[in-house]
Write a protein that binds this ligand. Structure first.
Ligand SMILES: *Cc1c(COP(=O)(O)O)cnc(C)c1O
Length: 399
């Protein structure tokens, strides 16, 4: 237990034993350039002014903190929703891409690359590239391009080139490999916008800082609405872990605030069709950092499965690996069907259709014991428009 130890990244980019930068020699220059300057740049008033102004007038922040009365009644406690679903482009991902596009501009980069699975991060990246007039190439598995046609169309309309990854399983992991290869070949003019708190140091920390606006707002919103600036629980779904990192950030070292990470169990943790990394994962290196990941005994990555594309990732960010292993955060796994039912429940009780990823966080409410007086914040990471086909199939089966 590290209950009394401060949780923060060390100067080598580690959270406890997780993190670091395990990268090929050829990437060293790019990553080092970023590592040496990211903190300094983020903390200049010039950067903060641009970042804050775009978050306010372009993204639409602050996102509301909404007291969910009927949901609270149902679970006999006090539930507040942090409404990241109301952001421009429909999720928390834009907070990070805004930060990184400003970082890229500061570094004098003119070309942006990104990887995407379901296309959500690709759309958020293509959006900020259009906004800032930078060239944008999004790597996406050939299979995902077929599965996620609407997001591919959005990226193209926004002016991005969507480049298919045709190796391996032709999904997210292969798209990431292609993006890394591209970065190695274009070291001077290109910035790689990673979409979650994963990848080599400094990405996990940089992305967490950009997303930390979520808990920064929570503090004053809770103060206004509840009379104290902290909740008893913060619940968030975890794929790579960026929305959770943002929602936890300013409470990491406040042990009275219970941090809850909800992972996708897919068809069930024991079925072989799952993405519950904290249960199924072991220590290893993925995408440049040491963390928990799903792998075979000889270190081959096991393909994850979840109906929700945003949680379908074989690792978790190193901060979360540390929070979970040290006991600071607790975890729940939620199956596809539990998440679908929770999405319908939230819709019918509050008139809010959540993203299927976010629905996993809501499904965990049933698995926990709250007191009447507890203040719970659920981070509603995104809206459900993109999941309507999936929801419609579920409804047709159940009503
Ligand atoms: C991408 C996505 C996630 C998962 O990503 P994290 O980095 O774990 O936050 C969760 N919710 C939504 C709506 C997403 O689009």
């Amino acid at each position: 237990m590290v209950k009394n130890k401060t949780i923060r990244i060390d100067k080598h980019g580690f959270y406890g034993k997780f993190g670091g930068a395990y990268i090929p020699e050829m990437l060293f220059g790019n990553v080092e350039e970023l590592r040496l300057c990211y903190n300094e740049v983020i903390n200049t008033s010039e950067f903060q002014m641009k970042f804050r102004s775009l978050l306010k007038d372009y993204v639409g922040r602050p996102s509301p903190l909404y007291f969910a009365e009927r949901l609270s009644e149902k679970y006999k406690t006090q539930i507040y929703l942090k409404r990241e679903d109301l952001n421009h482009t429909g999720a928390h991902k834009i907070n990070n891409t805004i930060g990184q596009i400003l970082m890229a501009k500061h570094l004098g980069k003119t070309r942006i690359i990104a990887e995407t699975g379901a296309g959500q991060h690709g759309v958020a990246t293509a959006t900020v590239c259009a906004l800032q007039g930078l060239e944008c190439i999004v790597f996406m598995g050939e299979i995902d391009i077929k599965r996620q046609a609407p997001n591919v169309a959005r990226m193209k309309m926004l002016g991005a080139e969507v480049r298919p990854a045709t190796s391996g399983s032709k999904t997210l992991k292969d798209a990431t490999n292609e993006a890394i290869r591209d970065w190695i070949n274009n070291p001077s003019d290109t910035h790689y916008i990673i979409g979650s708190v994963v990848g080599p140091h400094p990405y996990p920390d940089m992305v967490a800082q950009f997303q930390s606006v979520i808990s920064e707002e929570m503090k004053w919103q809770l103060q206004e609405q509840v009379g104290r600036d902290y909740p008893d629980y913060i619940i968030a779904c975890v794929g790579g872990g960026s929305n959770a990192a943002g929602a936890y950030y300013h409470y990491l070292n406040e042990p009275t605030v219970k941090l809850v990470a909800v992972e996708a169990a897919g068809l069930g943790v024991e079925t072989g069709e799952s993405a519950a990394t904290s249960v199924l994962g072991t220590e290893g290196i993925i995408h440049g950092s040491k963390t928990l990941l799903m792998q075979t005994k000889d270190g081959q990555i096991i393909e994850p499965y979840s109906l929700s594309a945003g949680l379908d990732y074989p690792g978790i960010g190193p901060m979360h690996a540390h929070l979970i292993q040290s006991g600071r955060a607790s975890t729940y796994s939620v199956t596809d069907n539990e998440a679908l039912a929770a999405a319908l429940e939230l819709t019918r009780l509050e008139g809010i259709i959540p993203a299927l990823e976010s629905a996993h966080a809501f499904a965990s409410l049933k698995k926990q014991n709250f007191r009447d007086s507890d203040v719970i914040v659920v981070n509603l990471s995104g809206r459900g428009d993109k999941d309507l086909d999936t929801y419609t199939k579920f409804l047709n089966k159940h009503e």
